[in-house]
Design a protein around this ligand. Sequence first.
Ligand code: G6P
Length: 613
Amino acid sequence: MCGIVGYAGLEQAAPILLDGLERLEYRGYDSAGIAVLSEGKGLQLRKTKGRLKVLSALVDGGKALEGRMGIGHTRWATHGEPNDVNSHPHLSQNGQIAVVHNGIIENYLEIKEFLVSKGVHFCSDTDTEVVAQLLEYFCLQNGGNIMAAVYTVLDRIEGAYALGILCKDLPDSFIAARKDAPLLLGYGENCKFIASDVTAIIKHTRDVSYMEDGEVAVVSAGEIKVYDALGQPVEKEHSFIDWDVSAAEKGGYAHFMFKEIMEQPEAVRKTVSPRLKDGRVCFEELSLSEDYIRGLKKIFIVACGSSYHVGVVAKYNMERLLRRPVDVMLASEFRYADPLVDQDTLVIVISQSGETLDTMAALREAKKLGARILSVVNVVGSSIARESDDVLYTWAGPEIAVATTKAYSTQLVLLDMLGLYFADIIGSVSKEEYARLAEELQALPTKMEKVLENTEEIKYLASRYFNHASVFYIGRNLDYALGLEGSLKLKEISYIHSEAYASGELKHGTISLIEDGTLVVALGTYTPLFDKALSNIIEVKARGADIVALTTESRRGDMEKTVENVLTVPDTHIILQPSLGIVPLQLFAYYVALQRGCDIDKPRNLAKSVTVE
Ligand code: G6P
């Protein structure tokens, strides 16, 4: 949540900052602002409520500000409503220090009271302003030593932060600090950067390093000096980002979400191929020994949002393959649930961004309890990846749309592969079943392509039903898990009320909501329970529901006997069926949102990376 970027170099900073912010806007878009420093014009700051384009117009694409160094911010509001004053950067009282911040300063009220008692006047309702004001306060106390003030402030503040600090007294450099919020450093020739995410700076450099908790960086055009929490210099390890710049561009598509839906076959191919050799699943990057895997007593999966939905599918599939208990829990619940996890538990953490705060906290809790952590992450070098015992990367490439699609699909297939890999070692899967699954894994991207070739019917159904106020997704077993994600996709981008139910639960309450014209998306891709799914469809149809059904090609005929609107996906191994089933559901959500004129890539109130609790 919130994106920050900073630049020091030989070029004018403002256009570079605006461009970086545009790429970070998926992290929050309630307001935006930049501060630039130049010898002649001093510290210039512009900020405004609304999307980045409002700020960009305000500063004439950056031309209105002069200076070769600056910091910028795009905000997802936590403390203080999204208005001009609460936008970042925040200035200290004497206008000498500007601060951008991602995270939450938990003890800001106490600090604010202290500063107010010292006569400091606050302008905003934000937690961030206390950082700017406290910096000025300690700077004055320390005879103007800004670095000493930074360390004193970092000692005083509690919570999570990635900070960018621009100070009039430091004409050639700005300062960055991090704790529990992502921040990376970028090294270009005669230009250096900070950014919440690599997409903001990849145009300028692929040479980056990741700040660790407690570190402070001093960034100038020529170099970045990094110090630890005690002020000792730190040698940073550099990483090379090999993402294609165009991967983070729309490339002719109307929306990132559509582009990312279309990229799924390739993303799944890239995730599967290196780990499937001669029909055998191999995870060369895993350090888990075969003895450890054989001795596994329990697996616990933790994640948030769509990554959690992957966990729900994985629970069904892993338990089926391994015949060992697999629990799945929302990370935000796990961390406070006193979970039954110990050194005999493998905790699998799933996260696209690798920065979700609750997921990160759950990981740390599990570690404290002695569990081993295996994470499934998309963003290379992210915090979750770095703190895990083992990491399996999904090779989805940068995902920009707030609503995840290709990251979900790659996570799903990776978890299935992991289940198969474990099952083989444990000896709980027959040779025949293993071979069939491996074969279907190989065929999956091509089958996904086939689903993506037939979008006309989905488009038609979206145009027919886009005005419904409420939708229910129903299904059994893996179809229930699939419905959770299908329903979330629809509600998050189209703002239609939508819920997913296990079909068997309908009669325990929800069926009372079904009336003439209620839209029910009925999932019947889990063929072992097809007949039961059909009975549930007949029940809601009898109560007046409009049905859109999804099933496999082999069951189309059976479904069409009962339902007029039938979508199909190719048949595959039952374990992999959700990987195909999700595609039409994503497209349905997309086309419905398109019909409703919604802001598909940046739905209201949401952010892609949730780095606050
Ligand atoms: C946000 C995103 C979702 C994502 C969830 C978890 O809500 O909009 O798409 O599933 O966070 O994020 P993570 O990066 O941990 O997978």
